[in-house]
Ligand binder design. Structure first.
Ligand code: NAD
Length: 369
């Protein structure tokens, strides 16, 4: 097992990474041994990996298993109350844990319940998507959705332990893998050229090899751990993780979260923000070509046309990351050299957005093609 340590204000926690890490780790039992645990598992993961989960957790006092259906709508403020009632009924106390098994939705929901139940109990994150392994399980941001918006109600609640078991990725559909690859590639763009190597040396097929996925998870986890270790509560540096997300969120919001995955929107956002960085003269043409080429090679960037630049810019104005009413960007001054809190001149922004999302002369309809 590989181990990555994440520093927090009050201490640290470990991320265990490896194939069959669940079966091979004693840490979950050691943590959940005292006060017992409730298992919160995504339904699809339970169907595909239930027997393995049961076997790996056999020595642990699991008081109840809550199944969470697929779909972002179940990561909701409304559904949290029923879960709290179940957790109380089976007698979880301040020394107990919630074990969250699934993608980012299950992880965020488990973390949210643990953050609030009895003013905070431990959460063990067992991410089962690549995105959750490289991103959402690390850093302690937990949240649920309300009718008016996504991830609006939440907390910073650091996990007691993260177990990234590569075995789960064997059943992950290609589209979900692409979502995780986009975040991992983003980490490499803002992290360092060395972690880009694995993407440069592989192709969309060969990268699915479990040993390579493990290497990607290790690189990405180490990078995210170092960033959140320096800035636990998003006071500054952590903002660099939003590279690609200012434009990405605007696309999702304009399309009302329909017909485009988060990963695809972020990949388009990365492309736009790389273009802005180059047009400002901050990013060399070669580095720009290398990075946009990788996004294309892995098929991460969908064809999108006829999204009006002015509407995209309007959606950027409502981004919760903005400060002082101005749209804030993360841009690159080179591979591994991000800058955050940058404002972009309107003319340049329109030029870049028009270039990527503008009207096609063949009269294609708007949206994704
Ligand atoms: N807390 C954070 O810092 C943070 C960061 C990024 C994203 N998020 C949140 O994460 C969520 C997105 O996470 P996600 O992309 O993992 O999506 P997800 O949790 O919705 O999972 C995507 C799909 O993958 C399936 N799945 C999960 N594991 C599987 C496996 N091993 N084999 C086969 N299928 C599997 C699930 O059934 C689901 O349909 C969003 O709610 C987002 O807001 C949180």
């Amino acid at each position: 097992l590989k181990r990555v340590s994440v520093a927090t204000g009050g201490g640290s926690y470990e991320i265990l990474i490896g194939h069959s890490a669940m079966a091979g780790s004693r840490e979950i039992g050691a943590l959940a041994g005292d006060g017992g645990a409730v298992l919160l598992v995504n339904e699809t993961v339970m169907r595909l990996h239930g027997a393995y989960l049961k076997e790996s957790l056999s020595g642990i006092d699991i008081r109840d298993t809550i199944l969470m259906p697929d779909g972002e709508e179940h990561k909701s403020y409304g559904e949290a109350e029923a879960a709290f009632n179940r957790i109380l009924k089976c007698g979880l106390s301040r020394s107990s844990h919630i074990i969250g098994v699934g993608g980012g939705a299950a992880g965020d929901f488990a973390g949210y319940l643990a953050a609030l139940y009895m003013r905070g109990i431990g959460v063990i994150q067992v991410p089962t998507t690549l995105l959750a392994m490289v991103d959402s399980s690390i850093g302690g941001k937990v949240a649920v959705n309300i009718g008016a918006g996504k991830n609006i109600v939440g907390a910073f609640h650091q996990p007691a332990l993260v177990v990234s078991d590569i075995r789960f990725l064997e059943t992950l559909p290609d589209g979900e893998l692409a979502n995780g690859l986009t975040e991992a590639v983003k980490h490499a763009f803002i992290g360092d050229e060395k972690s880009l190597r694995i993407f440069m040396d592989n192709d969309p097929q060969s990268i699915k090899d479990p040993a390579k996925l493990e290497e990607i998870v290790c690189h990405s986890a180490r990078f995210k751990a170092s960033v959140v270790g320096h800035d636990e509560k998003e006071g500054g540096l952590r903002a660099i993780l939003n590279f690609g997300h200012t434009v990405g969120h605007a696309i999702e919001s304009l399309l009302e979260y329909r017909g485009i995955s988060h990963g695809a929107a972020v990949a388009l956002g990365l492309k736009a923000e790389l273009d802005i960085s180059m047009k400002l003269g901050w990013l060399g043409k070669d580095e720009h070509a290398l990075m946009t080429g990788l996004l294309e090679r892995y098929g991460l960037v969908p064809e999108v046309c006829n999204l009006p630049a002015a509407s995209l810019a309007e959606h950027m104005r409502y981004d919760k990351k903005n400060r002082d009413g101005r749209v804030s960007f993360v841009l690159l001054k080179g591979i591994g050299r991000p800058v955050y809190g940058e404002h972009v001149d309107d003319r340049l922004l329109m030029e870049v957005l028009d270039g990527i999302f503008g009207r096609r002369s063949d009269g294609s309809p708007g949206g994704l093609s």
